[in-house]
Structure formats: C-alpha cells, structure tokens
Design a protein around this ligand. Structure first.
Ligand code: S3P
Length: 421
C-alpha cells in the first residue's frame, strides 16, 4: 500500500471497541450462567479468534451489526473441542485460554499463527503448573490436560495482564483463594469485569485475589473505544500542523492511560472531557490539537500503562524537540514482533535519529524525514505507527502489508483519510 503525505487532520471520531475488554467479554460471557449481550465489540481478527475458540467448545455466539450475544453455559459448561483451538495472531486469546482450559474436565490443543508460535508461554505455564495444571510445550502448539487445580499465591516476574488474568481465570476453578502479586500494576479489565459478574475478587495495591467461584452472573456489556487505537490519531493530530481531532468514548482506565500523561508531559495540547463510566470502565472524549512538543524520559511503572502505545509514541518523539529516552520496555521484544528492533530498523530507513538500547530506545528530533518502503512484520501496531510516520514524511512511502491492521483496527485507513483536509 502506498502512503502519501497529508497536510492536516480535523474531525470528531470514535475508534473501534477495546481489544482487551472485547476478549474478556466473550470469555467471561461464555463462562457465565446465561446470555451476555456485548455492544461495541471489536470485530478485529484477534477477538474473532476468541469467538471461534469458544464456538469450538460448544458456546453459541450470535453476531449482528450492533452487538454480539454470547449464550453462556456456566463455569463447567464448555465441552471438548473436536479440533485444535486456533488463536491466529492473538497472544491474549492464547494466554487467557490457558488459564481457563487448565481447569476443565477435558483436554485441548491450542496453537496460533507463526508470530504466536514464537511468543513465550512459559510465563503462564509456570504459575498454572504450580496450581496443578498440565501443559506441554513452552511455545504453541500447547497440549493442555484438564486437571483439578489448587489455589496459590504467585509473585509475578513480569508486568503482564495476560499472565495475571490467566492465573485469575484458573483461580475461579481452584479450591481456596488464589493471589497474584504484581511487580507493576497492569491493566485491570479482568478484575473489573469479574467483580461485576459476582466473583469474589479483591484488589489491594499490587495484590489481586480471587476465590473459587460457583457461578458468574451475566449482564450486558458496552465496550468503550480502544485507547490503543485512539493513540494513532492522538499522535497524528499532535504532530500535523493545523490539526484537531476528538476521539469520543475512548477508554481512559488509569491502567491504560499512560499515553495521555506522556503527551501532556511532552507539551501536547490534549484535553479529556465528558468523563463517565461505561460497564464499569472509565470513558471520556480525548481532544488533541497540533502543538510544539519536547522530548521526555519514559520508564518505570508507567511502562505497562502504555506498553502498546510505544510504537505510536516513538513517532511523536521523532517530531519532539530534543531527545526521548524509553527504557524498562524489554517486554516490547516479545510482542507480535520484536517491536524495539522493528521500530529502530524501520524508523532508521526514513532518516529518523534513533538508537536501540537494551530495554528500549532513544529518539531525537529529526528534520527532513523522508518517505521509505516500510516493513510491518505483520504487526498491526507497527503498520499503523509506520503509516502515521509516513503521512508526515516528505514524498511517497509504502507498507509491505497493510492488511494486518485488521487485527485490532478494521477500517483504520478509511477513517484516517476521512479526516484529511
Ligand atoms: C493485554 C495485555 C498486554 C498487551 C496486550 C493485551 C491484555 O500484554 O500488550 O496487547 O489484554 O491482557 P502483556 O500481558 O503481555 O503485557
């Protein structure tokens, strides 16, 4: 796909539903006793893979234009799939399912695409094994033998909501109370949704506990816009001259809103209005206008709050005065691709002054960024970040694979060009 430079962006938009919340709504809906109607569900490839896995385990899921209905069968209502569960490009589906499948009364095999097959699964297998799970393989394909689980107290070694959630979901089936101690606070959508469905879940600082659960009570869920998708428009509006974009109904859960803090710190013109709660999640309208920005340091506890936004923030940094140093972001190496390496290699192609470090990168303001032929590595967030970089570069650029944006943001390019003026 060819990408051309555009002058400015203006308008009011909504972005598709939050990917993390959409996955959880289907999973917990399937385990609840009765029907869950989900509005604003993200019909991206990752979340459709989650639907497919649950259908293969006997859950009826109806899809229509404005909602999906999950006909939950209770915590013990899944049945053995007749084939391997396929999670496509979705690490979230894969890891969260491990937590659910470990405690079932049947065995399963699970695998995903080439990227998922390279993603580390030991991080979920290790705690789940301590709970009595039997999972073979450190990478997909995994073979999971349904087992009786016991509760544990687990000290996490990485900041990961996927690992935390896998343990909590297994904890629903384990005798006693399962506790996870995080090293940094990661996204808490699982805790919020489980609690709203009646699970006995308690959070105390970095500690989260869940007790064995008899029943999850279904209720309708409205999924807010994904701040990780909004991020591309936030950055583009900040960087392009004469721009102003409002993203309405975007999730602003504090465990996800690190990009707002960083943009403010960098001097961006950003406001959040109309704050309210939708299905237990904080939501608001984010408005960003073009402004002059300066570099910053991004490290420590804020990293899990913006981990998926780092490719977009890297674009911002290339246009911000001075230097931006991102560290403590080793986790980027085990995302859909090694995002540290991918950002550095691709940004270098168009002349951005960027240096790879052991746990992040240093980006300096670069004038005269030139168009280039970019590789996306089949990674949706790389593709969208490179697209906004290309739209601000002099001359033509191309992306080798633009379709991968469908993983989290179907319609990204059409929405983007609809704001051009
Ligand atoms: C997610 C957690 C994060 C994030 C991913 C979605 C989730 O991954 O990068 O896109 O929905 O729990 P980690 O748990 O690996 O940090």
């Amino acid at each position: 796909m060819n990408i051309k430079k555009i002058r400015s962006l203006n308008g009011v938009i909504e972005v598709p539903g939050d990917k993390s919340i959409s996955h959880r709504a289907v999973m917990l809906g399937a385990l609840a006793d009765g029907d869950t109607e989900i509005y604003g569900f993200l019909k991206g490839a990752d979340c459709l893979a989650t639907i497919d896995c649950f259908r293969k385990m006997g859950i009826k899921i109806d899809e229509s234009e404005d909602r999906i209905i999950v006909h939950g069968k209770g915590l013990h209502g899944l049945r053995a799939p007749s084939e391997t569960l396929y999670t496509a490009n979705s690490g979230t589906t894969t890891r969260l399912l491990c937590g659910i499948l470990a405690g079932q009364g049947f065995d399963t095999q699970i695998t995903g695409d080439a990227s998922v097959q390279k993603r580390p699964m030991k991080r979920v297998i290790e705690p789940l094994s301590k709970m009595g799970a039997h999972i073979e393989g450190d990478f997909c394909p995994l073979r999971i033998t349904g087992s009786k689980l016991k509760s544990i107290t687990y000290d996490m070694t990485v900041a990961s909501a996927q690992v935390k959630t896998a343990i909590l979901l297994a904890g629903l089936y384990a005798d006693g109370t399962t506790t996870v101690n995080e090293i940094e606070k990661s996204r808490d959508h699982t805790e919020l949704m489980l609690s709203s469905m009646g699970a006995d879940i308690k959070t105390n600082g970095l500690s989260v506990s869940v007790s064995k659960c008899e029943k999850l009570t279904p209720h309708n869920i409205t999924v807010c816009g994904d701040i990780s998708s909004a991020a591309f428009f936030m950055v583009a509006a900040a960087v392009m001259p004469d721009s102003r974009v409002t993203i309405k109904n975007a999730g602003i859960n504090p465990t996800r809103s690190g990009i707002i803090d960083v943009m403010r710190e960098m001097g961006a013109d950003i406001t959040v209005t109309g704050e309210h709660t939708v299905s237990g999640e904080p939501v608001g309208d984010i408005t960003v206008s073009s402004s002059k920005m300066h570099g910053t340091k991004i490290s420590g506890p804020i990293i899990p709050r913006l981990i998926d936004e780092i490719p977009a923030i890297a674009v911002l940094a290339a246009f911000a005065e001075g230097e931006t140093v991102i560290s403590d972001a080793r986790e980027l190496k085990v995302k859909e691709t090694n995002r540290i390496r991918a950002i550095v290699d691709e940004f270098t192609k168009c002349g951005v002054d960027i240096t790879e470090t052991e746990d992040g990168m240093i980006i300096r303001r670069t004038k005269n960024i030139k168009g280039a032929d970019f590789k996306t590595y089949g990674d949706h967030r790389m593709a969208m970040s490179l697209a906004i970089l290309a739209q601000n570069a002099e001359g033509e650029s191309s992306l080798d694979d633009s379709r991968c944006v469908d993983v989290s943001f179907p319609g990204f390019f059409d929405l983007f060009y609809s704001l051009e003026n």
